[in-house]
Design a protein around this ligand. Structure first.
Ligand SMILES: [Zn+2]
Ligand SMILES: [Zn+2]
Ligand SMILES: [Zn+2]
Ligand SMILES: [Zn+2]
Ligand SMILES: [Zn+2]
Ligand SMILES: [Zn+2]
Ligand SMILES: [Zn+2]
Length: 1773
């Protein structure tokens, strides 16, 4: 290997020379020198290569020692750099100790009020929607909180990095530009900040900044790999090189990693680290050594990556060059820091940077940096951009100069950027947002640098794909072109910045430049006009879907620009008129060639004739892209809004217009839509469907569909309405159908498809006429304000159904400021309904707005329309109104559009209306539809409304509109006038739906007649239709409505009868099912029923659940039904096993010690649970019961299915079959085992117990202890004998056989009370708990198996006790029946599980457990009392005792007594435990003069403990305090114990514990057969217990723990909660933005994720933080769940505002976050940016899920519901 061994002695250690170095002296020497630059360069040339970039440290990377060495190396380098390079510069500048000098500078500084805080990635930014000049004006969190805007409507987003806070910039804010901190004070002056600095410092500043900045620029912009600028050559030049790898956006991470492993022979880990660095910094040296060594690596890399694409960029660079570049970057950062101290120095740096060099134009240092931007690597760019932001952009004067330079070089910078493959954020072009969004600056650049034109021309230049006519053509463009096209779009963004604020004042210069820009823009639009034309495909389907997205992307991006240009025009009449002219001439250029060649055709209908083109949409080329027409339409509307249009319309430039030409192209486009709708373009594929979709879509329609309608309106208002309609008919290719009866007849008889097509076309055409006449909610068309337009949109959205805020926002077009105007309107038209714990808030239309509903609202899709129609009809029926949906009153038209109304009464339309009505009357065959009729009725109604309005507003003789006259007039057709036709139709039975509408029309005609007559005779005020109608009309109406109501009633009754018939049938068919569900209902209430039954019994018998006095439940046959075979069976010990689907999981929900490290499972000793409950096993069940055999068959089937599935396709299911998981066959609840159902425990008591006195039956504690000790001794010796293997031989001589108690037979083998199938299921469940609890492979022989079964019983009871406590529910009777069933079967199971384990094993367990209570020096490893959870101890010893007792053949069982004694012993132990850990020092203020008995006894016990342990326990004087402590501490234990014995002994609970509320102490104690003064338990057996207590205290562990040597758990253990979350979501975002990845030194984490259980922030979904867990690489979240949540985790993904649930390695799901905006909606993905606030109820709901151990279940259900969730690699999050 040719690696050069770096000469460490010489290079890396700061030698003696370094130590003697004095920065101060050096600085003085420099100052004295004649040529400062030369001196500084000499210094840098000597030191830089010796300090920086010395190659990798000798010991190599991966080992821990190596890493530490590397760190030390870095520290040394940093120190040397500070001392030898920076310090002299600082001395030179400040002439004093740098720290002091900088402080001085800062003190004297008068900072500008600009905040300028530069945003980190992910940091929250705020924009005020009321005051910001545009959406790019943002505040940092600090400033926002101190500003007036926090009370306004604001938007919150997370920064993508870069950009800075605009606080203090008066131009950015309409109001409140300063926060509290940045409000200018008297200290701010307009004075030049440089003047505030001492003159000598100014001079030094100039020279230092010029030298260093020039140095940095020289080094960063030179592309030399070998040579350094003059004066910097190193004194000695070694053969040391770097192989430098550069970033590109072409190669993937994986490619780079793979290549590096090959090329430089490094480990996968190192390669990952290299790749990460390259991606982050833009370059990274991957090899260090002599030239040949590096060059070799280079060629391997190049060779390996050049196959498919251009190779990775690699350079072999001399180490001194790299060192100097490294220092150049550090120097830039240094200057950036220095100028923060002084605005004066900042300005000096700005001057230095912008001063032109000797080469003149574009030679300033900043220019050189800018122009070389695309050549630099990412890290360098970031640093100098940062410097630009800190300097030039913070100084308003130089910002302007910089902006000019930027604008001058704009074209070149953009071109460089196009060639560069880096993202835009690291390109200098991204600074445009900082410059162009300042309105005065933008204006200045527009006027002086012609910026608008420059941007547009640059844009056009870069779009090179054109067709022969010069139009854009994007078909078949390559990926490379697509990429460039993507880049080019950023130019549109710049244009948007420039145009975003309309000028309030125009200068002639501005007019000139704007119009010049408009020319350029029109050139652009001309290239778009007619692009992507389509031709109808007939016969064959198109072969390839044509490209359409690029053109639409362009249109979409330009939408806002087009709107903005119109807004600009609207502010100045001259500009508007000029713009109109320009646009018109552009359009005529586009139109030339349109009417060419062919002869026009002549059309005549209803006595009118018109000439038009010979053109058919269905045969010729047609394009959707008509931006020039549409811009003209927009400008036309603006003209109409000006005063000019009403004052001097002749001055409008309308003369050159040819209306038929204007409407031609938009009309073609609309006809295309109609034909697509009619199915005529099916063979043109999806691309056309998509285009039509976007044409109407809210993102495009403002500058597409809407403008086309306006253009038709403009054209129609300038034409003879008959001509207009004839052209429309002809373009729809329907002219002949209306013109000639023969043609129509032929059509009707044609094939069905053609008939249907024509029907749809007629419908679409009628709809178009409705829109052209009726759509007046555009200011300028109708006399409305923009406000009315938004309001109308909302009314129509809400007419479909109530909607959430975000849905409404999505349905409205956004303007360039991302505003829709929704907020200003919504509260007027809608009422808000708050959401519950799920769902979202909804807006509902206020009823008074229903009258504004227009069925033919132009933005409805067909689906919307039918939904809205249905909803509106329903509403009217509910209110008992008729169901006619007449058009609402339209607003009046503007003068320019005034003649539009004549369309309604023109002859051609009347003839069309007459024709449709005629067909309806004839109603034969297919050539007619109800939709057609409905549209005609709508048109008729519109005409009548128009006439009525005119009559109301004018004198009769002024009213030119006379529709009623025309429709009553006799027509040539045989069936008479339109009115006559309508009257005929009213009686037609098949048109029931439209009857109300026809009635409405006829009534209206009558009204208008009355009005005319009245005005003619008396000229009184008019009357509206409802009131003016004659009495008879009203009566007829009433009768009609009544008849209808009656009919409706009959119909309903009939339907009801049908339904009940069906139901009966259904029940008969599904009898079993119904019965079963009834039974389930009964079962679920059974617990409550039973308890109330016992409550009725003799009240003197208090309920006791444990001990000889316990009251058992009456024998109760338990009948259950298998959900699989529906067979019913009784639960009995000897019958077939029945099982309950169950899910066993590890749990840390109750953990008091999350740092607990789980020991190696092989050596884990689960017999004693530590009171920190750090890891438990939880069992849950959905409560569904199956035969064991049915379940086994089901599970086998699931396994088989899974095997087959895996063979077919790879992937996961929501459950892991290999791990025994399955879904409950009934409810699909995730399960992984089954619990066997066992009968009620047999009564242990002797049958004759009642006849014997209690004393005989119930041995005293002492007697029982003696017996038990004897039994234990007997067992001991028996075990010993067995293990000695000498059991058969005679007794050993030395040891006396302990006397076995009477009837105790060691060799007895008790008979199992269970059938083999039940025994098998007991084993199954035991092994499951073992497998899950210890994460081991199943092993029935392991002695720990029964322990884990007991453990899950105890833990599950404990966790449910906590839940009930937290939710303040009563201890009994409030559990849902699935949990009740689960606990009951779980407890019974655990009491029986010993029967399948070897007796010896269980005996050994009991002996060890017993020793914990009754310490025996012979038994080792007994834990100390502080390390034992007493409830677990109690449960285990009670359950294991049965095995000992089973050997007792004395015939008189003492099991119950034993339970009671065990309970007493454990209770005392727990009391001692609580007292030992109670810390009651805090308050001693109370009266302990006369304590109660409890208090005295507590004090006594405490003092006993103090006697044993001395000063380890603090002195406590207050018995009251202690007793209170004890009482609170022991309560959870007592409650859990009560639950346990309740389920174990099937005792009914006492009535007091069935209700919620505090103070059940007495009831609880008596239920447990304990005195309510618990201390009496101790007191009564004082002599017996005293030595025990002594022995407990003497365990060395006690003293050790109390002195701080272990985890002290205090009682009561507080229930764990999820972490507190801040009310305001942005606080979290802020927190996350300062979070850095813990692995990659200070890097920002991309997906910061918060653990809701412990509050840790994690770097999720990222390579850097992957760790290996159980042999697999997993992401930070998954890894964290293994330490924090035993495999289950709840997280909040902060950037996404999304809750993440993870379980195990493969399962996860997302869950709605507990944060809502003011509209009651979550914002998953943080896309909308409304302020989010914590919703406590929702958070509590998530918390409850967690506490109930329901996370895994939720994930299971989510994955079942949504299969795509299954495919996500959750373990990588
Ligand atoms: Zn700020
Ligand atoms: Zn501020
Ligand atoms: Zn504001
Ligand atoms: Zn069954
Ligand atoms: Zn189930
Ligand atoms: Zn955690
Ligand atoms: Zn990380």
């Amino acid at each position: 290997m040719a690696a050069a061994e770096p000469d460490t002695d010489q290079l890396s250690s700061p030698g003696s020379e370094f130590l003697n170095f004095s920065a101060k002296d050096t600085a003085s020497r420099w100052l004295a020198a004649a040529d400062l630059q030369q001196e500084v360069y000499r210094h840098l040339a000597a030191y830089v290569p010796r300090i920086l970039c010395l190659g990798p440290s000798s010991s190599g990377g991966s080992s821990r020692e190596g890493q530490r060495e590397e760190q030390r190396e870095e520290q040394r380098e940093e120190l040397a750099y500070q001392l030898l390079l920076l310090a002299p510069l600082e001395w030179l500048l400040l002439r004093e100790e740098p720290a002091a000098g900088l402080a001085q500078l800062q003190e004297n500084n008068r900072p500008s009020p600009l905040c300028g805080h530069v945003f980190k990635v992910g940091e929250p930014t705020y924009s005020c929607r009321e005051c910001a000049a545009d959406p790019t004006c943002v505040l940092c969190m600090q400033c926002f909180l101190g500003s007036v805007h926090k009370e306004h409507r604001y938007r919150m987003t997370t920064s993508g990095g870069g950009g800075f806070c605009d606080c203090g910039d008066a131009e950015a804010w309409k109001r409140g530009p300063y926060c509290q901190k940045h409000t200018p004070t008297d200290r701010h002056t307009e004075e030049d900040p440089v003047a505030q600095l001492p003159a000598d410092m100014v001079a030094r500043g100039y020279s230092i900044f010029s030298i260093i900045l020039k140095y940095a620029v020289d080094l960063l912009t030179c592309d030399q790999e070998e040579q350094l600028p003059a004066g910097l050559e190193p004194p000695e030049r070694g053969d040391t090189y770097y192989c430098m790898l550069f970033n590109d956006e072409v190669h993937t991470y994986e490619q780079v990693i793979y290549t590096l492993q090959k090329a430089v022979n490094c480990s996968q880990k190192e390669a990952v680290s290299f790749a990460t660095m390259v991606d982050r910094d833009g370059r990274k040296s991957v090899r260090y050594g002599d030239f040949q060594f590096c060059d070799q690596a280079k060629s391997v890399i190049v060779r390996n990556t050049s196959r498919q694409s251009k190779p990775l960029r690699v350079q072999v660079m001399h180490s001194s060059v790299v060192a100097h570049q490294c220092f150049a970057l550090k120097a830039l950062s240094w200057m950036g820091q220095i100028i923060q101290y002084s605005d004066g120095l900042r300005r000096i740096l700005c001057q230095v940077g912008l001063q032109n060099g000797p080469e003149g134009e574009n030679s300033s240092l900043v220019d050189r940096l800018m122009l070389n931007d695309s050549k630099m690597w990412k890290g360098a760019r970031n640093i100098y951009h940062q410097l630009l932001m800190n300097s030039l952009l913070m100084d308003l004067k130089y910002k302007k100069i910089f902006a000019i330079q930027f604008a001058k070089n704009y074209r070149r910078l953009q071109t460089d950027f196009m060639e560069d493959d880096h993202e835009r954020v690291v390109s200098v072009t991204s600074l445009s947002v900082q410059l162009f969004t300042v309105p005065t600056m933008a204006r200045m650049l527009m006027v002086e640098q012609n910026l608008m034109t420059t941007i547009i021309r640059t844009f056009v230049d870069h779009l090179r794909h054109r067709d022969l006519q010069g139009r854009f053509q994007f078909d078949r463009y390559t990926a490379q072109q697509a990429f460039k096209f993507g880049r080019v779009q950023s130019l549109i963004g710049d244009l948007k910045y420039v145009l975003i604020t309309r000028p309030s004042e125009w200068t002639n210069q501005l007019r000139l430049k704007f119009l010049e820009g408009l020319d350029a823009f029109l050139d652009l639009l001309k290239c778009m006009q007619g692009m992507d034309p389509v031709v109808r495909q007939v016969g064959q389907h198109i072969e390839m879907e044509p490209e359409w997205e690029a053109a639409f992307t362009l249109q979409m991006k330009l939408t806002h620009i087009i709107s903005m240009i119109q807004e600009w025009c609207s502010t100045d009449e001259h500009v508007l008129i000029d713009a109109y002219r320009k646009c018109l001439s552009a359009l005529s250029q586009c139109h030339c060639g349109l009417p060419d060649g062919e002869q026009p055709i002549s059309l005549s209908l209803a006595g009118h004739t018109v000439d038009t083109f010979r053109y058919q949409v269905s045969q010729d080329k047609v394009s959707i892209h008509l931006p020039v027409c549409r811009l003209l339409a927009g400008l036309h509307v603006l003209l109409s809004r000006t005063e000019l249009s009403s004052r001097v319309p002749e001055q409008l430039p309308l003369g050159e217009l040819s209306p038929p030409l204007l409407i031609e192209l938009p009309l073609r486009c609309l006809v295309l839509c109609a034909q697509v709708h009619a199915g005529m373009w099916r063979r043109n594929g999806f691309s056309l469907i998509n285009q039509i979709y976007y044409y109407h879509n809210v993102k495009c329609r403002v500058e597409m569909f809407d403008k086309d309608i306006i253009m038709l309106q403009a054209g129609a208002s300038m034409m003879d309405p008959n001509h207009f309609l004839m052209i429309v008919l002809s373009r729809f290719e329907l002219f002949n159908i209306f013109n000639s009866a023969d043609v129509r007849k032929r059509y009707r008889e044609a094939n069905k498809d053609v008939v249907q097509q024509n029907n749809t076309l007629i419908e679409e055409m009628l709809h178009l006429i409705i829109m052209v006449v009726g759509e007046r909610y555009v200011a300028g068309v109708g006399q409305v304000e923009p406000f009315d337009e938004v309001r109308r949109e909302i009314i129509h959205q809400l007419s479909i159904r109530p909607m959430a805020h975000s849905e409404l926002v999505k349905a409205l077009p956004e303007n360039g400021n991302k505003e829709t105007g929704l907020e200003g309107v919504i509260d007027i038209v809608a009422s808000f309904k708050k959401p519950g714990v799920t769902g979202r808030g909804l807006y509902e239309l206020r009823p008074e707005w229903n009258k504004n509903f227009n069925l033919y609202f132009h933005h409805y899709s067909r689906a919307d329309q039918s939904k809205a129609e249905e909803a509106q009809r329903k509403l009217r029926r509910q209110k008992g109104e008729d169901t006619a949906l007449p058009p609402p009153l339209p607003p009046p038209l503007c003068p320019l559009f005034g003649s539009l109304v004549n369309l309604l009464q023109c002859d051609v339309l009347l003839s069309v209306e007459g024709a449709v009505l005629q067909w309806a009357v004839e109603s034969s065959g297919g050539g007619w539809t109800e939709s057609m009729l409905q549209r005609v009725l709508h048109l008729v109604a519109m005409s009548l409304l128009e006439e009525q309005q005119q009559l109301e507003n004018n004198r009769d003789d002024d009213v030119t509109f006379n529709y009623t006259y025309k429709i009553t007039r006799e027509a040539p057709s045989p069936s008479g006038s339109v009115l006559a036709l309508l009257e005929t139709l009213q009686k037609a039975p098949q048109l029931e739906v439209h009857k109300d509408m026809i009635t409405w029309i006829i009534k209206m005609v009558a009204n208008i007649k009355t009005m005319r007559e009245q005005t003619a005779s008396t000229s009184t005020v008019s009357v509206c239709p409802g009131h003016g109608a004659e009495e008879t009309v009203r009566d007829r109406d009433k009768a009609e409505r009544k008849r209808k109501a009656e009919m409706a009633r009959l119909r309903r009754e009939k339907i009801m009868a049908q339904m009940s018939e069906m139901q009966k049938h259904f029940i008969n068919e599904n009898k079993e099912l119904f019965q079963q569900s009834l039974e389930e209902l009964e079962a679920s209430t059974s617990a409550a029923a039973e308890t109330s039954a016992t409550g009725l019994g003799p009240t003197c018998v208090t309920q006791v659940c444990v001990g000889p006095r316990r009251v058992g439940r009456a024998e109760h046959r338990q009948l259950v039904t298998c959900i699989l075979c529906q067979e019913e069976q009784e639960v009995r010990g000897h019958s077939r096993a029945m099982v309950l689907a169950a899910f066993v999981q590890r749990s840390t929900v109750l953990s008091k010690n999350r740092r607990h490290i789980v020991p190696d499972p092989e050596r884990q000793e689960p017999l004693f649970m530590h009171p920190d409950l750090s890891l438990g096993i939880h069992t849950a069940s959905c409560g569904h019961i199956m035969h064991a055999i049915c379940w086994q068959r089901y599970f086998e089937a699931v396994q088989l299915k899974e095997q087959r599935r895996q063979q077919r396709l790879r992937g996961h299911t929501s459950y892991d079959v290999e791990n025994g998981e399955f879904l409950c066959p009934l409810c699909e609840c995730l399960s992984n085992t089954v619990i066997p159902l066992l009968p009620h425990s047999p009564d242990h008591r002797c049958t004759h117990s009642l006849s014997l006195p209690v004393s005989v039956n119930h041995p005293t504690l002492e007697a029982w202890l003696n017996t038990t000790n004897q039994q234990i001794a007997t067992l001991h010796s028996a075990h010993r004998k067995q293990s000695d293997g000498t059991a058969e031989e005679a007794e050993p001589a030395g040891e006396a056989e302990p006397a076995a108690p009477e009837g105790f037979r060691v060799d007895f083998t008790p008979q199992s009370p269970f059938s083999s199938s039940i025994r098998e299921m007991i084993t199954t469940f035991s092994v499951s708990t073992y497998k899950v609890g210890l994460k081991l492979n199943p092993n029935e022989q392991d002695p720990r198996v029964p322990v884990l079964s007991w453990s899950t019983c105890a833990y599950t009871i404990q966790s449910i006790e906590r839940l009930l406590m937290e939710e303040e529910k009563p201890l009994f009777g409030s559990l849902p029946c699935r949990q009740d069933d689960c606990l009951s079967s779980l407890t019974r199971f655990s009491s029986a599980c010993w029967t399948v384990a070897p007796l010896k094993t269980v005996h050994t367990h009991f002996i060890r457990l017993f020793t914990a209570l009754f310490p025996d020096s012979q038994v080792e490893n007994t834990p100390c009392i502080l390390d034992t959870d007493m409830f677990h101890l109690l449960v285990y010893s009670v359950l294991s005792y049965s095995s000992v007792q089973s050997l007792d053949q004395s015939g008189c069982s003492v099991v119950d007594s034993a339970h009671l004694h065990l309970l007493h012993l454990v209770t005392v132990a727990h009391l001692v435990q609580i007292l030992l850990t109670s810390t009651t020092e805090e308050v001693c203020m109370d009266q302990d003069s006369e304590g109660s008995e409890e208090e005295i006894l507590t004090c006594q016990l405490y003092n006993t403990l103090r006697k044993h342990l001395g000063s380890v326990l603090p002195q406590v004087s207050s018995g009251w305090q202690l007793w209170r402590c004890v009482k609170a501490g022991i309560l959870p234990f007592l409650r859990a114990t009560a639950l346990f014995f309740h389920y174990l002994n099937s005792t009914a609970p006492p009535a007091d514990l069935l209700v919620a509320g505090p103070g059940h102490w007495e009831a609880l104690c008596s239920f447990l057969s304990l005195p309510s003064n618990l201390l009496q338990v101790h007191q009564n057996q004082h002599t017996l217990l005293e030595p025990l207590i002594y022995r407990w205290c003497c365990h060395p562990g006690v003293r050790q723990t109390l002195q701080g040597g272990g985890v002290i758990v205090r009682f009561p253990r507080e229930s764990n909660r999820l972490i507190e979350l801040p009310e305001d979501y942005s606080v979290l975002i802020n927190q996350a933005s300062s979070f850095t990845c813990p692995r990659s030194g200070g890097d920002k984490s991309r997906a910061p994720t918060l653990c809701l259980v412990c509050g840790s922030m994690l770097c999720s979904q990222s390579y850097c933080c992957q760790t290996e867990v159980e042999g697999e690489d997993v992401g930070a979240c998954t890894a964290h769940t293994f330490t924090c949540g035993a495999g289950v985790g709840l997280f909040l993904r902060v950037r996404e505002s999304q809750v993440l649930f993870v379980a195990g390695k493969t399962k996860g799901s997302f869950y709605p976050p507990p944060y809502l905006d003011d509209y009651g909606e979550t914002d998953q993905g943080l896309k909308r940016g409304n302020p989010l606030h914590l919703c406590q109820e929702r958070y509590r709901k998530i918390e409850r899920l967690w506490r109930q151990h329901g996370i895994a279940e939720v994930i299971g259900h989510a994955q079942e519901a949504n299969q795509t969730l299954v495919a996500i690699d959750w373990q990588h999050l």
